[in-house]
Every structure is written in C-alpha cells, then in structure tokens.
Design a protein around this ligand. Structure first.
Ligand code: ZN
Length: 242
C-alpha cells in the first residue's frame, strides 16, 4: 500500500487499481494517485516483500537513478527474515497481445522472466534476456538497469510530470546509434534488462509471487496490466499455493 504523506490518502498496490500505463504504471484509489510504482515494486518483489506500507510526500515515487538499485540498497539490509508468501501458480497459458507485441504467463515450476525487445534505434535493436528471479540475482543482474527513452522524450516526460527532473542522471537517453550519457551503458543489453525489471514490478501488483514463466516480446506496462487482469479473470487459470 502507498500512503501519501501530503494528502493522507492511501492506494492499494494492486493491478485492480491501475489507472494509467502509458509512460509508467499509475495506481489510483478514490482521490489518491501514485505514479511510477514499478521500480520500487520490482525491488520489493525480488526481496520477497508482499506486504509493506510505502509513505511518500508527493504523487510520484522518486525516479532515483532510473533503476531499482537504490531501492535494493535501501531495503536489503533492513529486512527481517519472514516466512515466504504463498505464490499464485499459473495453471494454464495466458496470453495478451496487441500491436505486434505480446505478454504471456505459462505454467512453470519457478519464477522465470523471458523478455525480448526490438527497437528501431540501432543502439538498442533486438535484445533478449532470460532471468530466474532470486533476490541477489536481481540485485546484481537486473536492478542496476536504468529506464530509457529517446533523447527528445526525456523532455516530454518531464513536461507531463513523469520522471521529474529527468536528465542523463536518471535515464538512458537514446539517440539513434549512440546513447547520450557520457558514462555509457551498465550492460550491453541494459534496455532488455530494464524491461524485465519493469515486468517484475508490474507483476508484483498481483499481490503475491507468481509461480510460472513470464514471456513477452515488445511488451510494456499496458500489456503487463492486461496480463494480470486476464490471469485473474478466469478461476481455472491459477491457484493460490497453500
Ligand atoms: Zn521502468
């Protein structure tokens, strides 16, 4: 749950409260709205936290450096050992698609994410990352991957109130065959790793870990949201593991 210190309002971190998905995942309940929850949710999910109250003093989770690493560093040493949260098991394939993209959940005895992307910008191109979710694997391989966008969109996101103060300090700015950031990339496939990070965060809005294989190509926040809705829309699709 997110609590707005500035308004006193709360919003449950559930896919049922997703209100917008275009530039980031936005959740809303009643009058209370919180945007860009996915990177923090991703870190919490990776470390097995399914129950937390996050207090923030404004409408957007801080973008930090555009990755989930600052959240990982803040929570990893603060966590007390706790019994694992019973996961939801995927019983049947669930697929959503649109615009040449798809996202899917398949029965699988693990927590695997398989993410492909295909961008026109030559510096991104086609990339694919497969990752079995563990806390320390996430911290090392996925959490450092930063959000990204075309150089011109960094300005557009700022105008809309997303990624406040967006700059080369908190996003990879893609400019055709190069990135505009002087420090370059943290991984050659940082873009696909960030999409995977986003998927973990978006799927955390299920409220519990998902036992299954997430596979997507050219996916994003909208398809991730539709995927959770499709999963939970039909009782035969899933079971809560006791
Ligand atoms: Zn992201």
């Amino acid at each position: 749950m997110f609590r707005r210190a500035d308004t006193g309002g709360t919003v449950r971190a559930s896919y049922e409260n997703v209100a917008a998905t275009r530039l980031a995942t936005v959740i809303e309940e009643g009058e209370t709205r919180v945007q860009t929850v996915e990177h923090l949710m991703s870190a919490l999910a990776a470390f097995g936290v399914a129950d937390a109250v996050i207090t923030i003093d404004g409408p957007e989770v801080p973008i930090m450096d555009g990755s989930a690493l600052p959240f990982v560093e803040a929570i990893r040493d603060a966590l007390e050992p706790a019994p694992p949260v019973p996961p939801v098991r995927v019983l049947r394939p669930v697929v959503v698609e649109g615009g040449g993209a798809f996202a899917s959940l398949l029965p699988y005895e693990g927590h695997r994410f398989d993410v492909g992307i295909d961008f026109k910008a030559p510096v991104i191109g086609r990339q694919r990352v497969v990752f079995d979710l563990t806390a320390e694997g996430f911290a090392a391989e996925i959490a450092p991957a930063r959000t990204f966008g075309p150089l011109k969109d960094v300005k557009r996101m700022r105008a809309k109130g997303y990624a406040k103060g967006a700059s080369l300090d908190n996003a990879i700015a893609v400019d055709g065959e190069r990135v505009a950031n002087a420090e370059g990339l943290r991984f050659p496939d940082e873009f696909a790793r960030h999409k995977l990070l986003d998927a973990i965060g978006d799927l955390a809005l299920a409220g519990r870990p998902i036992l299954g294989l997430y596979r997507a190509h050219k996916g994003g926040h909208r398809l991730n949201y539709e995927l959770l809705r499709a999963l939970f829309a039909v009782n035969e699709n899933f079971a809560i593991v006791a």
